[in-house]
Write a protein that binds this ligand. Sequence first.
Ligand SMILES: O=C(CO)COP(=O)(O)O
Length: 258
Amino acid sequence: MRKPLIAGNWKMNLNHLEAIALVQKLAFALNDKDFDKVEVAVLPPYTDLRSVQTLVDGDKLRIVYGAQDLSQHDAGAYTAEISGAMLAKLGCTYAVIGHSERRQYHREDDDLVNAKVLAAYRHSITPILCVGEGLEVRQAGGHVAHTVGQLENALRKIPAEQAQSIVVAYEPVWAIGTGEVATPEDAQEVCAALRERLAELYDTELAAKVRILYGGSVKSGNIAGIMAQPDVDGALVGGASIDAGEYVKICRFSDVAG
Ligand SMILES: O=C(CO)COP(=O)(O)O
């Protein structure tokens, strides 16, 4: 059985003091019953990671955390880059790789995304690999081919022992930060196709293990429908993840405060 994962991509929001306050609020509201049902992750900016680590370790919280990116290099003269080794040392479980904002604003292509997936595995960090089509591709009906192609390219030279732990996030670019959420059926169509391609690239057993998330304008009001889809195993949440009350409801797959 795949344990659902709700991961909060804070993007470039919250300094380290605000990060501590938010994680404390989440820890206060969520209980063991919640954590038994769902894995809850936060993905703060790099500058917050040490503070989040200290809090999580000190209070033995069940919240896990990771970074929003990493370098494809392990060390050296790469000014301002952050290596997988550094993230591993800070206790990061995850690193987001290939987010559409990185692809769009920093010209990250499939080759770089693949190199970053390889780098993450070198340091035992689990990639949250983002894939998804833009509006024009969707309108032309090419969304499945485009997204599955991104997956295939990102997994080049990744053996099954590693690929089995990957998290894939389907994030249609037109649904990110727009309030334009994909319908649960849209999400299911692409997530099912991604799983099918994983079965072709590896085998059905591996494909059945991999968690595939949906991301794009996820809120407490639409999470239940998304989670009801058989091939959707959680959500990568942007804007709503920096609002503690809203994020807690999303972690419970419900817009009802519990
Ligand atoms: O990009 C996203 C998560 O990585 C989604 O962002 P929003 O939830 O703000 O649409």
